[in-house]
Design a protein around this ligand. Structure first.
Ligand code: HEC
Length: 131
């Protein structure tokens, strides 16, 4: 009996340690509050592909929204003109949850937080192309 209970204690301690560790790593944090993944060439590349697939209809192939198909789609190459802020987190929120009246929420479409971050990094990469 004593043997069993001490095994159980050891087991519990292991579970608690694991939970604390995973909690620390952000595994159990709700979606959106997850740790931001790093930006690298591969993530910008993935974001570019998603952008060409979903975003050009309103923001244009170059992000400048010069087509004016949907009036008032933001020129994404000018962070100073963003209506809803241009920090990484601001952009994450705009893309994931939608913005204004005409911008849909993309998190359900692209399927993961990481894909939204890929889009954030791609959009940010357009800033550098300013003359
Ligand atoms: C149906 C048209 C439409 C599509 C498609 C669209 N957007 Fe938008 N987007 C808009 C409009 C309109 C706004 C301005 C929202 C507002 O008024 O606040 C906007 C705003 C944004 C903003 C915030 C800029 C700001 O002004 O704060 C970002 C970032 C953005 N879009 C990225 C994207 C990305 C990435 C995609 C593709 C996954 C995308 N958009 C697809 C219409 C669109």
């Amino acid at each position: 009996m004593a043997y069993h209970s001490s095994n159980a204690t050891r087991y519990l301690r292991a579970v608690v340690t694991c939970c604390a560790l995973f909690g620390y790593l952000g595994v159990f944090t709700p979606a959106g509050a997850r740790a931001q993944p790093p930006s690298d060439a591969a993530s910008i590349e993935r974001g570019g592909q998603l952008f060409q697939q979903y975003c050009t209809e309103c923001h244009g192939r170059d992000g400048r929204a010069q087509l004016d198909v949907i009036s008032d789609a933001t020129n994404l190459t000018l962070p100073g003109d963003y209506y809803n802020g241009s920090t990484d987190q601001d952009m994450y929120n705009s893309i994931a949850n939608g913005a204004g009246v005409a911008m849909p929420a993309w998190r359900p479409v692209v399927g993961s937080d990481d894909a939204v971050w890929d889009l954030v990094y791609y959009v940010r990469s357009l800033w550098a192309e300013q003359p």
